[in-house]
Design a protein around this ligand. Sequence first.
Ligand code: NAD
Ligand code: MG
Length: 341
Amino acid sequence: MATLYYSDDADKALVRSRKVAVIGYGSQGHAHALNLRDSGVDVRVGLREGSASKAKAEAAGLRVVSVRQAASEADLVMVLLPDTEQRAVYESEIADELAEGDALFFAHGFNIRFGLVNPPPGGDVAMVAPKGPGHLVRRTFEEGGGVPSLIAVAEDASGKAMQLALSYADALGATRAGVLETTFEEETETDLFGEQAVLCGGVSALVMAAFETLVEAGYQPESAYFECLHELKLIVDLMYEQGISGMRFSVSDTAEYGDMTRGPRVIDEHVRDEMRAILAEIRDGRFAAEWVAENAAGRPRFKALREQGRSHPIEQVGAQLRAMMPFVSKGRQRLEDVSGG
Ligand code: NAD
Ligand code: MG
């Protein structure tokens, strides 16, 4: 079994002996800055000129300076910018300010794993990656809990990089939930594969294909929506709570028999071969290179695919049906609200 670290395993003094710069004040940035500050760590937030987050961070009692100034003052720099922005900001604002012995931290391994950011030798390079969105990292901390996190070391110049990462994770609240040691390779590759094959890509393609199959056969789109999308949450909740056998225990025997005999026909050897190909593209850097080039070109394909997805019939019928079930998205930020559509 893998080793999990908890509160007693962390040397709490390590991160408290550092001047920490949190670069960015988005989902992760606000949670890291506030949790560390509340844990007694010396924190400053680095933001770009004219950042809309500046007022928010200052209202929360944080000191906000430029990215360059934060990196210059600090001897531990946590980069919490969007992954696609990290390389440019690192090169223009951070790299020059890294003194010998300064630690460079990330919350996801993408830029280090694919060689987009190349820190100089002489400093620790580590990762503290919460396995949850930033608002939960903050909220669970305030409630006395934490979000499980991964820690990893890419460069161990001090000989204590892993302990420093664990100390940071402890101040973030993560050791209250469990901290798992991993590598930049494992975190990056499994994260990308999971979101492509299952969590985002696999699931949305499966749902849309099943919806199209029913509608094409003449069934009402509303029936197809309820069956293939709406009910998915109930099944996923059962899997989340009790695993796959627990889900099967809760559904009818008819559903369970259909599951066990038909599921493997949908996810057949062709799908597994495709999953292996997708994993290979992640590991050899083809996916990263494609995504970096897409960003450099202004995201034409990304934008077109997003529009295409939004105009799919499942989205039209879904918007109508959810409007009649306001409790379904209560308290959530809705696409209709942010896109004005
Ligand atoms: P985010 O988009 O929520 O926030 C990014 C912040 O960077 C914002 O404050 C934004 O204003 C600022 N920013 C954007 N471009 C900038 C630029 N050019 N110069 C200066 N500031 C700029 O990002 P996030 O979701 O918090 O992600 C940060 C890191 O955390 C990423 O590495 C991500 O992979 C990782 N991560 C995110 C989550 C999550 O659930 N959101 C979970 C684990 C790890
Ligand atoms: Mg410095």
